[in-house]
Design a protein around this ligand. Structure first.
Ligand code: DGL
Length: 289
């Protein structure tokens, strides 16, 4: 129970005062747009800010201490600039490592994105599931803990893709991406053991749903692909309360921020506008070498 600041009455569940909430959706690059879309659909009342640490991309190649330092430094700047009510870390590579430090440092809610191993284990019939992720995410203790806790009875194949996130970025920017290159990255997900085949693949990097239709077409056999975006949007709603239809209509300036902006091509700007991001700006945060 908490007090509704405008109405001066007590109300249930809304964790945020009755005004337009600001949601910051963060990723190393463009993958978090898949999460932004679902979150925006659930919260048309919110001011959305999408932040891509493109100066640090790809996170999959950074060692753990470096990645923690990087995300903490970038988040310090973004939170000071944007004043979000809630932050979505739309990046498995970061969430599986940095959430405890973020929650200890900042007094706002963080929603993370971690491999959907529990739903995959619930869904599989063959008992063979694959986790398609960055090399960083598959190496995490956190990911192994999820497998032990929720999928101990399954055969879990961890596939650390070195190139798929960059291919997804290229495709979104309108650059040509070969089918063979995509197939090479996803092929290790498809496992056959004693006549049983992988039947569930979790898309455990937020970039990968950007290529979902092509991955479905190229897959050696049909599988269920788990995109975590709808579950993340539901978690945001749990924390913020449902969208507020009666909110005073404040012009919503949804914004995309880049820490480098080096790859901001015309087609990318058009793609960002297609996600409802009206403005684009640079918050320059170079990666220390
Ligand atoms: N989109 C990110 C994830 O969910 C990471 C891609 C990268 O920067 O390596 O893991």
């Amino acid at each position: 129970m908490q007090v509704d600041l405008l109405a001066g009455t007590a109300c249930r569940s809304a964790a945020i005062p009755r005004r337009q909430p600001t949601i910051l959706v963060f990723d190393s690059g463009l993958g978090g747009l898949t999460v932004l879309g679902a979150t925006m659909a659930a919260h048309p009342d919110a001011r959305m800010i999408y932040a891509a640490d493109d100066a640090g991309f790809p996170y999959g190649r950074l060692d753990e201490p470096r990645l923690i330092d990087r995300v903490m430094a970038v988040m310090e700047r973004l939170i000071a600039r944007c004043g979000p009510d809630l932050v979505v870390i739309a990046c498995n590579t970061a969430s599986t490592l940095v959430l405890p430090a973020l929650r200890a440092r900042f007094a706002i809610p963080f929603v993370g994105t971690v491999p959907a191993i529990k739903p995959a284990a619930a869904l599989t019939r063959s008992g063979l599931i694959s986790v398609l992720a960055t090399p960083g995410t598959v190496a995490r203790d956190y990911t192994r803990g999820l497998i032990q806790t929720y999928a101990a009875s399954c055969k879990v194949t961890l596939v650390g893709s070195t190139g798929l996130a960059a291919l997804a970025e290229a495709a979104l920017k309108g650059d040509p991406v070969d089918d063979e290159a995509i197939l090479r990255e996803i092929a290790p997900c498809f496992v056959e053991i004693d006549g049983a085949r992988t039947d569930v693949v979790t898309l455990s990097c937020t970039h990968y749903p950007l290529l979902l239709e092509r991955m479905k077409r190229l897959a050696p056999w049909p599988v269920a692909w788990i995109d975590p975006a709808p579950a993340i949007a539901r978690r945001v709603t749990q924390l913020l309360g449902p969208a507020q239809p009666d909110i005073p209509s404040i012009p919503t300036e949804s914004l995309a921020l880049f820490t480098s902006g080096a790859g901001l091509t015309g087609p990318l700007r058009i793609a960002l506008a297609g996600y409802g991001l009206a403005g684009v700006d640079i918050e320059a945060i170079p990666l220390a070498h």
